[in-house]
Design a binder for this molecule. Structure first.
Ligand code: MRU
Length: 368
């Protein structure tokens, strides 16, 4: 997408052909900074500290991490070590497993002298595929938004609520939940996005708001607890979120708080859609609530907040009563029964095994 007139992806091979560059997402929304990844350890660190985040981008970064490892040492041992080390970085987004599995299977067949080149090619391919997938998601999702728009008065926007950041910053480009929004907006369909701030890390307030603002999409940031109230008052036409792992049965695991939005949407007859690229489907799982590993993050993300003062200084402050314990589960699971549909690159699917397997038969076979 464009940032101040310049086209960016979130990750790319640097001009030196040896290192990888990323947009450092820990600096948002106060600064737009590029960081360099020179080693596999740099890539693992970037994922762990969330310089890059979002399921598809985590997968793409891991693929580049393997490539950086292969440039340093292209032996079988180094390949296995890189895949294991990168897999440890974050537990929930299955795109990480998917990308590393793919890299390992492809590269082990390549003779070591050619592995680094093959690994960079694979990482580039994963990035290009991600963009193609997200554009297809955008086209399918735009049809849903267009259908709602037709029920409205001329010029009245379709109100879309989203949680966390499933925008272009969470992918290589376009985003998943935001691709239908950008395409609708660019195509002249009036839209307005309710952006959940998404405590504790504020991906909504820091990232989604930043990217929608830079693209000129009308939006309003709300506290996480406002969604239900807005739905009760007819202010939300559709919810579209992303997902970090979707089971074969259509349960979706996404940023903590997504489940509560789905419950509120059901109570208010608001359609609840989840946008996902097929690498986010984990065909080995059937019961999301019991089987998806939920990342437990540092309690400081809950007990502290970082922000910029009016003078421009950035400060971190404590916001919890001293001595009170905190818990920080980073994701939750929305059962398929609360999901209206899954917006994938192959169309809008019903959230059930038959529909998902029917759309991606080759993935079902691979996981069997
Ligand atoms: O902890 P994060 O910021 O990596 O969580 C990201 C999300 O929950 C996104 O909604 C999900 O990865 C989908 S991204 C297209």
């Amino acid at each position: 997408m464009n940032v101040d007139g310049k086209k960016y992806r979130t990750i790319w091979l640097a001009k030196d052909g040896e290192s990888v560059e990323i947009i450092d997402q820990t600096k948002f929304p106060y600064a737009f900074e590029i960081a360099k990844l020179r080693t596999m350890e740099d890539a693992a660190h970037a994922i762990r500290v969330m310089q890059v985040r979002g399921a598809p981008l985590i997968g793409a970064t891991a693929a580049y991490g393997v490539a950086l490892a292969m440039r340093a040492d292209s032996s079988d041992e180094a390949l296995h070590h890189a895949c294991s080390a990168l897999l440890e970085t974050r537990p929930t987004a299955v795109n990480l497993h998917w990308a590393l599995d793919r890299a390992r299977k492809v590269l082990i067949q390549v003779e070591p002298a050619l592995r680094a080149t093959a690994a960079f090619t694979l990482a580039n391919d994963i990035c290009d595929e991600d963009i193609g997938i997200n554009m297809a998601i955008g086209m399918h999702g735009m049809e849903l938004i267009a259908a709602i728009s037709e029920t409205k008065r001329k010029g009245e926007p379709v109100n879309i609520l989203t949680h966390c950041n499933a925008g272009w910053l969470a992918t290589v480009d376009w985003g998943t939940a935001t691709a239908p929004v950008y395409m609708s907006h660019d195509g002249g369909i009036p839209v307005h996005v309710w952006v959940d701030e998404t405590r504790p890390r504020n991906q909504g307030a820091f990232l989604t708001a930043w990217e929608l603002g830079h693209h000129g999409v009308p939006h309003t940031v709300i506290v996480d607890n406002a969604g239900g109230h807005l739905m009760q008052h007819g202010e939300v036409d559709i919810v579209i979120t992303g997902t970090d792992r979707t089971t074969a049965t259509g349960d979706v695991c996404n940023k903590i708080g997504t489940y509560l939005k789905a419950l509120a949407a059901r109570d208010n007859n608001v359609p609840f859609y989840v946008a996902l690229p097929s690498p986010t489907i984990d065909f080995s799982l059937s019961d999301g609530v019991r089987e998806v590993p939920i990342e437990e993050r540092d309690g400081k993300e809950v007990s502290q907040m970082t922000g910029r003062t009016d003078r421009g200084d950035i400060h971190t402050i404590n916001i919890v009563a001293e001595g009170s314990p905190v818990a920080n589960p980073a994701f939750d699971v929305t059962p398929a029964r609360l999901v209206t549909g899954l917006i994938t690159e192959r169309g809008v699917l019903e959230p059930n095994r038959q529909s998902i397997a029917g759309a991606f038969p080759e993935r079902v076979k691979m996981s069997a």
